[in-house]
Ligand binder design. Sequence first.
Ligand SMILES: CCCCCCCC/C=C\C=C\CC(=O)SCCNC(=O)CCNC(=O)[C@H](O)C(C)(C)COP(=O)(O)OP(=O)(O)OC[C@H]1O[C@@H](n2cnc3c(N)ncnc32)[C@H](O)[C@@H]1OP(=O)(O)O
Length: 243
Amino acid sequence: MTLQNPPVNSLSLDFLTEFCSALEKLEMDKSCRGVILTSGQPKVFSAGLDIMEMYGKSPERCGEFWRAVQEMWLKLYSSNMVIIAAINGSSPAGGCLMSMTCDYRIMADNPRYSIGLNETQLGIVAPFWFKETMVNTVGHRTTEIALQLGQLYSPTEALDIGLVDKLVPEDQIIATATQTMTKWLAVPDHARQITKSMMRKPTIDKLMSKREPDIQNFVSFITKDPIQKSLGLYLSMLKKRKS
Ligand SMILES: CCCCCCCC/C=C\C=C\CC(=O)SCCNC(=O)CCNC(=O)[C@H](O)C(C)(C)COP(=O)(O)OP(=O)(O)OC[C@H]1O[C@@H](n2cnc3c(N)ncnc32)[C@H](O)[C@@H]1OP(=O)(O)O
């Protein structure tokens, strides 16, 4: 699957809806046992959640957006398929979350790229299921530091902490992902799928049982004046940096 939402693959409501529907089709297709997730945009895997979906929007619209974010996470994290992330660009916040739901992460070895959950840098807080996905990936202590600082890691740093599994030159990323997929698909599906589910079920069940309160929490948090102000400042910083 190639992410195509120019310029930076930000995760808008429309894009998330289309992504989930495409993933669901593959999940139901018995001939499809694995997916390589990559970006069709230069330099960026995904810029994370579309900040415009959280800025100046009605509570109803924010709720609808958050449900779509939850759905994307649930579909990816609980997929029966082998999902390999071929991270061919920067992957902050929601982009990092998306990468962490995959079974294996291969990143392009380019020091200009970065990956991490940088929410606190925007004045927002990564929700419990973002946090737990990271704990499940890199452990508790590393997550505590990463989340409080809103740390973005270079590919080499990400490899050191286990946030990604392998670095390769960018032009070898799909070939390496394909070789890796062959290895993963050599394991009998049922045994691998049950094992994956055993590892991830507690985190998935927790969000499933708290979906509505999590949406309400998000809406009441994101629509608060100081949070809107922080997002506005961050957006203007992004635009200024460009000029
Ligand atoms: C008490 C507990 C309560 C819990 C409540 C839960 C609350 C949780 C809430 C939210 C969680 C959010 C998670 C997120 O994912 S937030 C998004 C964070 N993303 C970022 O910080 C990334 C920002 N972008 C960048 O750093 C760069 O754009 C980069 C991805 C590195 C690409 O750089 P470059 O190639 O140089 O491109 P530009 O910066 O020039 O960007 C091009 C245009 O795209 C716009 N842009 C960039 N990112 C986003 C985005 N995430 N959303 C919307 N728009 C984005 C950028 O402004 C440029 O626009 P323009 O061309 O109009 O200037």
